[in-house]
Design a protein around this ligand. Structure first.
Ligand code: CA2
Length: 151
């Protein structure tokens, strides 16, 4: 019987819907739809299905992390790539959700957060992530998918 591919769940947090339309010097000129297309191509190359989402709500991100735990229990999840945007630097609730879900998770940032303002240099996600990707622009999404495939 044909086995369906595992999914990569890519979660994007607040204001990432502005990607490519504001602050191109920091985040580049590609839109979130362009990033989704890049992720779809990269997932196909690695034999994965893609589930790509964006929300401006902290609670929604947490609900999606809980869903990821269910998908992992069903054996259909390759891993989670999370760009929690500003919630990275503020959200204990997100930290707790990731810890409780115990899913394989890569934290991702488009920009080099350590070369920016001091408030971006603390992450509540990093201590509960399996790996962190930052500073490679939107190409980091493809690199993170490749990292999942190398596990
Ligand atoms: O570099 C990243 O990917 C960030 O996660 C992006 C967040 C920022 O708060 C983090 O410190 C680093 C901001 C996302 C907002 O996205 C925008 C994109 C284009 C224009 C304006 C906002």
């Amino acid at each position: 019987m044909h086995k369906s591919p595992k999914s990569v769940l890519i979660l994007n947090g607040p204001n990432l819907n502005f990607l490519g339309r504001r602050e191109p010097a920091v985040y580049g000129s590609q839109t979130l739809a362009d990033v989704e297309a890049l992720c779809l191509r990269t997932c196909s190359e690695h034999g994965y299905a893609l589930d790509f989402r964006q929300t401006n709500s902290e609670g929604m991100l947490i609900d999606w992390i809980h869903q990821a735990a269910d998908l992992q229990a069903q054996g259909v999840l390759a891993g989670v790539i999370l760009n929690a945007a500003a919630y990275t630097h503020t959200s204990v609730a997100l930290h707790d959700a990731i810890k409780a879900a115990s899913v394989y998770l890569i934290e991702l940032h488009i920009s080099n957060v350590h070369a920016r303002e001091p408030f971006r240099q603390h992450s509540f996600v990093s201590p509960v992530a399996n790996g962190v990707m930052f500073g490679f622009g939107v190409a980091g999404y493809a690199l993170a998918i490749a990292a999942l495939a190398k596990r």
